[in-house]
Design a protein around this ligand. Sequence first.
Ligand SMILES: *[C@@H]1O[C@H](CO)[C@@H](O)[C@H](O)[C@H]1NC(C)=O
Ligand SMILES: *[C@@H]1O[C@H](CO)[C@@H](O)[C@H](O)[C@H]1NC(C)=O
Ligand SMILES: *[C@@H]1O[C@H](CO)[C@@H](O)[C@H](O)[C@H]1NC(C)=O
Ligand SMILES: *[C@@H]1O[C@H](CO)[C@@H](O)[C@H](O)[C@H]1NC(C)=O
Ligand SMILES: *[C@@H]1O[C@H](CO)[C@@H](O)[C@H](O)[C@H]1NC(C)=O
Ligand SMILES: *[C@@H]1O[C@H](CO)[C@@H](O)[C@H](O)[C@H]1NC(C)=O
Ligand SMILES: *[C@@H]1O[C@H](CO)[C@@H](O)[C@H](O)[C@H]1NC(C)=O
Ligand SMILES: *[C@@H]1O[C@H](CO)[C@@H](O)[C@H](O)[C@H]1NC(C)=O
Ligand SMILES: *[C@@H]1O[C@H](CO)[C@@H](O)[C@H](O)[C@H]1NC(C)=O
Ligand SMILES: *[C@@H]1O[C@H](CO)[C@@H](O)[C@H](O)[C@H]1NC(C)=O
Ligand SMILES: *[C@@H]1O[C@H](CO)[C@@H](O)[C@H](O)[C@H]1NC(C)=O
Ligand SMILES: *[C@@H]1O[C@H](CO)[C@@H](O)[C@H](O)[C@H]1NC(C)=O
Length: 837
Amino acid sequence: MMTRSHCYCFYGIFTIYFSLLIHTLASAPLNLCQHDQRDALLEFRDEFVIDEFDPSRWNKSSDCCLWKHVKCDDKYGQVISLDLHDTFLNSSLKINSSLFRLQYLRHLNLSSCNLQGKIPSSLGNLSHLTVVDLSFNELVGEISASIENLDHLRYFSVEYNHLTEMIPSSLGNLSSLTFLDLSSNELVGEIPTSIGYIKNLRELHLGGNHLIGEIPSSLGNLSRLLELELGHNHLVGEVPPSIGNLNELRVMQLYQNTLSGNIPILLANLTKLSDISLYYNNFSSTLPSDMSGFHYLEYFLVSENSLHGPFPKSLFSSPSLQLVDLEGNHFTGPIEFANTSSSELQYLGLSRNGFDGPIPESISVFLNLVELDLTYNNFTGSLPKSISKLTSLTDLKLSNNKLKGEVPSFVWRFSTMILSHNLFSSFENSSQETLIQMLDLSSNSFEGPFPQWICKLKRLSLLDLSNNLFNGSIPPCLRNSIVSLTELNLSNNSFSGTVPHIFGDATKLESLDVSHNQLHGKFPKSLINCTALQFVNMESNKIKDKFPSWLGSLPFLHVLILKSNEFYGPLYHRNMTMGFQSLRIIDVSHNDFTGTLAPHYFSTWREMSIFTEGAYMANLLRYYSSDLLNYRSMEMVNKGVDTRFQRIRRDFRAIDFSGNRIYGKIPESLCLLKELRLLNLSGNAFSNNIPRFLANLTKLEALDLSSNKLSGEIPQDLGELSFLSYMNFSHNLLQGPLPRGTQFQRQECSSFLGNPGLYGLEDICQESHSSNPTSQQRKESSESDEQMFSWVAAAIAYGPGVFCGLVVGHIFFTSHSQEWFIAKFGLRKFRVTVGGG
Ligand SMILES: *[C@@H]1O[C@H](CO)[C@@H](O)[C@H](O)[C@H]1NC(C)=O
Ligand SMILES: *[C@@H]1O[C@H](CO)[C@@H](O)[C@H](O)[C@H]1NC(C)=O
Ligand SMILES: *[C@@H]1O[C@H](CO)[C@@H](O)[C@H](O)[C@H]1NC(C)=O
Ligand SMILES: *[C@@H]1O[C@H](CO)[C@@H](O)[C@H](O)[C@H]1NC(C)=O
Ligand SMILES: *[C@@H]1O[C@H](CO)[C@@H](O)[C@H](O)[C@H]1NC(C)=O
Ligand SMILES: *[C@@H]1O[C@H](CO)[C@@H](O)[C@H](O)[C@H]1NC(C)=O
Ligand SMILES: *[C@@H]1O[C@H](CO)[C@@H](O)[C@H](O)[C@H]1NC(C)=O
Ligand SMILES: *[C@@H]1O[C@H](CO)[C@@H](O)[C@H](O)[C@H]1NC(C)=O
Ligand SMILES: *[C@@H]1O[C@H](CO)[C@@H](O)[C@H](O)[C@H]1NC(C)=O
Ligand SMILES: *[C@@H]1O[C@H](CO)[C@@H](O)[C@H](O)[C@H]1NC(C)=O
Ligand SMILES: *[C@@H]1O[C@H](CO)[C@@H](O)[C@H](O)[C@H]1NC(C)=O
Ligand SMILES: *[C@@H]1O[C@H](CO)[C@@H](O)[C@H](O)[C@H]1NC(C)=O
């Protein structure tokens, strides 16, 4: 705290300083600023529509050298620095901009100014520039034209003949540019070879653009380069060996390209590196066998390549090491941390490799470790006791290994504990206060009653006990920890009894999965208070209740699965507006629902009728890998899972009412659900005609109306649904001709059987007869592929995507990899390039 006397003292110094300043000003020439410089600045300002300049500072009658954003040379009043970063210029730099009359400019910062258009080549006329920062704008076009101009200002020695004709010799020897940052723009084309002539360059930042081609080997001539940042572009090929000559290099960021090459050779002489960021490329070599020479290394990030070889233990002799990420490679063998001096290490990620053997006790050397991710390997044995010494550790992720035994009690002080897909069978009871927020014990061999100590966890946001052998009832005390819960998954156990009324305060709950247990009784009415609820899965229990139509008032409910229970009565409550405005997926199949659906039944289901981009439900897929998402389709392409992201497709909308006793007409309001991808009404007692308006559901990919009492003809218009790849009309009372249209011709014969009056099936059924064995085989193998797919999808979703969904929350970036990366390295302090993708 600053005391009163300090204050006075400060004030005194300030007063003296101030009077000195006045004195100096008084004795100096009134206007230091040169008039042409001042006018150029003012004209430059007028090229933009800017509110942000303080007019009293950029005021013609005051000294321009005192203007905000401007610095002058002390002696001559020449403007040498213009720094307008974060000023909203919202326009392009004109080729004749007055900026280029500031010919003494050394330092130009127009970062984050919403600049558009091309980098004007006249930038090259500013021959004194040493620092140019145009990062984080929307600049387009190729770099080369402007850069060639820039660099001809810089350095032209006699050896450099082929350009001398183009370049006035007067410009020779100007080798002042040391810093060039064009990162995070929209620049296209190749990196110009001529950058290699900017001999004094210390930092080159071109990351986050759309640059293509190979890295020019001329960059290897930039012998003073300290930082080379080319990440997040579309660069290909091998990193030229000349880069290995840049032996002053501190930062090498080549991530998110398609680069390859031999890392041991590349890094051989680059021992001053502190940041090696090569993640998301195609490197397929080993790592250098001895990395103990990298004394300054802080970040070693090589995830998502095809690197192989043993665990690089020599890496850990660097005393400054902070982040190590080897995830998603092919490293094998045991890990060990003998002779480690990396006491600063905060993050160690070894996920998705082939490491095996025990987790060594020596892990405890990393006293500052915050996050340890060993998921998806073949680690065996039990958790080493020494982990208890890692007092900074908050996130321990060990899923998908072969770890077994008892989970020791010290782990409950971490905030994230992911132990799923192992062979753990018990836990040491803990009486101490715990901070745990994410607890995932799913897919292990835990057994016995619900662990009561979980009721003491007051900060819990995720609780996943799914796929174990728990039994007994769900205790009412769970109400205590549910206040902060966003996800609760108890699926695939043997829980019995009723679902207790514990949800009255669960206002943060987004996802509830109690599927595949033996729960009975009523549907939990207290869910009505869970206004954040997005996902409810009760599949395969014995819940016996009426349809909980009151769920329709939950504003964010996206997914409702009541499949295979004992629900009864009508799906429609005469007295009720249905709501369900956010519903994307509903599956109430295989219950005992009956009654009719009123004509306006679907009229409020807004998210199925209007296109909304929708958010991924990343954290939901692992709970829900039902047939709905993996519905049979002839082409095996259109499914409810986005195969790139392994999540429920953003645009997926599905209704499954099959296997009930619903009767009457198919309601007309169905025609509003223009975003519907899958409709399954099979195994009910729907009657009358198939409505023609189904042809208006143009995004439909799968349609199953089989085993009903539908009569009349199949509407010819359905033949025009070009995405409809799976359909089934079998076992109805249909008649008349089969619609034309390729999608119909591609169906199996069985999709139409059991309709005595239907004709025009000859082509389909004959072909299927003659090639019966093969087509049967094909079908079987494709079905087993799909089974596989569904489990693989679920398993992968369990990896990065999940944590992403949880950590990043509602921020959705365009590129999965970025989302994942930012989630994971949130602790990293330097700039992460977002954009492009
Ligand atoms: C410009 O500066 C002069 C002198 O400091 C002052 O009198 C005048 O009001 C200023 N003009 C504007 C538009 O702020
Ligand atoms: C330019 O301004 C930005 C702030 O937007 C700053 O981060 C950056 O360091 C500046 N560049 C230079 C070269 O000083
Ligand atoms: C930015 O400029 C564009 C046209 O160049 C204009 O449409 C837009 O409204 C401007 N944005 C703002 C916030 O002024
Ligand atoms: C830049 O220099 C070139 C060649 O010296 C000249 O033709 C051009 O007019 C100059 N541009 C500006 C904006 O001064
Ligand atoms: C730049 O050139 C355009 C026409 O080419 C002209 O309208 C504009 O006034 C010029 N701007 C400056 C600052 O000279
Ligand atoms: C470049 O510098 C060298 C010596 O440093 C000098 O002899 C030569 O004249 C200079 N060239 C130009 C074009 O200024
Ligand atoms: C780089 O250096 C090599 C040899 O020192 C030379 O042959 C080549 O022309 C240089 N290239 C550039 C772009 O400076
Ligand atoms: C490393 O540097 C040494 C000595 O400067 C040199 O002989 C060797 O070729 C360099 N190795 C690589 C791979 O660049
Ligand atoms: C784990 O080991 C098994 C058999 O030893 C092997 O098939 C599997 O690929 C290994 N898994 C990983 C992730 O390396
Ligand atoms: C819902 O919350 C209110 C208070 O916010 C509470 O009075 C009520 O009992 C809760 N409802 C249920 C069903 O628990
Ligand atoms: C029907 O709705 C009205 C008003 O919406 C309500 O007052 C009445 O209690 C409801 N009747 C039943 C049987 O739910
Ligand atoms: C279905 O589409 C046709 C033409 O595309 C249109 O005339 C008709 O009104 C639509 N019907 C409904 C119920 O939306």
